[in-house]
Design a protein around this ligand. Structure first.
Ligand SMILES: C[S@@+](CC[C@H](N)C(=O)[O-])C[C@H]1O[C@@H](n2cnc3c(N)ncnc32)[C@H](O)[C@@H]1O
Length: 260
């Protein structure tokens, strides 16, 4: 077991996969991943997936999107193990490498990747500016950064409603605004910087998820995941739906190109 604090232990990662689909620890499944990658041709490319979780997306970059090689990194041992098993089970162990890392600079040489991808994981990384510079460093000239992340509508202190949500989650989230991200990517040297607010999509989806969790399928979730975990997450979802409705919590797609 690594010394990294394990937020996404067996029970919690299994719960998230129950809500969001096997191998997915964030919303939207394969369709949302395809939207993040819209217009990109990954055929034969080498990709990095920052915060790969239990690995469905790292694997799909090879299996569904044509990448030749996909490297997934994560700081938690439990999810790395699950991601490795998923890749091996799909017969893709030769193309998918899962690396357990410590928080900090990306442990890769300059110009290693054609695409740096991330899905709802950068929220765990506080220094967005340093990350933007590091992503730029590991991308080959002409390479693309394509990500989804959970942003805030502002860079001031969280409102009490957002603070309640962050406290209930207890995952050490730090959010930036789209404006801060655009500035960070520009300053790192990227071109064609674009952000897209996914709040209108996720606020509807999250409301349906809350209905499912607290009503229609609550018993089923309780039997699989335990009453306490479900009760705790119903409270998380209620607080999250509130800040999605106010617009303060606003998942975004981020896209930028390293000039050739
Ligand atoms: C919400 S999950 C998303 C996982 C995956 N991208 C998905 O969508 O299914 C966030 C993941 O980021 C990982 N993480 C947290 N801090 C990280 C860091 N500094 N570097 C890489 N991964 C990190 C967590 O361990 C967790 O597996």
């Amino acid at each position: 077991m690594s010394e990294q604090e394990q937020h996404y232990d067996d029970a919690f990662s299994a719960f998230l996969e129950e809500v969001w689909g096997e191998g997915y620890m964030s919303p939207g499944g394969a369709e949302e991943v395809s939207r993040v990658l819209e217009g990109l041709d990954l055929t034969g490319k080498t990709t990095l997936d920052i915060g790969c979780g239990t690995g469905a997306i790292t694997l799909s970059l090879v299996k569904d999107h044509g990448a030749a090689r996909s490297v997934g990194i994560d700081v938690e041992a439990v999810v790395c193990e699950k991601a490795r098993a998923r890749a091996a089970g799909a017969g893709a162990a030769g193309q998918v490498e899962i690396v357990e890392v410590v928080p900090g600079p990306l442990p890769f040489a300059d110009e290693s990747f054609d695409l740096v991808f991330s899905k709802d994981s950068i929220i765990h990384i506080e220094d967005k500016e340093a990350l933007a510079r590091d992503v730029y460093r590991v991308l080959k000239p002409g390479g693309i950064f394509a990500a989804s992340d959970w942003l805030s509508s502002h860079d001031d202190s969280p409102t009490p409603e957002m603070q309640l949500y962050l406290d209930l989650e207890g995952l050490g989230f730090t959010m930036a605004s789209a404006q801060r991200w655009e500035k960070a990517l520009d300053a790192a040297g990227f071109a064609d910087v674009a952000t897209k607010n996914r709040n209108p999509w996720y606020r509807e989806v999250a409301r349906e998820e809350l209905e499912t969790l607290s009503g229609a399928r609550r018993k089923e979730f309780e039997e699989k995941c335990g009453k306490d975990l479900v009760a705790q997450n119903v409270a998380v979802w209620e607080a999250m739906v509130h800040v999605l409705n106010t617009g303060e919590l606003c998942p975004h797609h981020l896209r930028a190109r390293k000039p050739a």
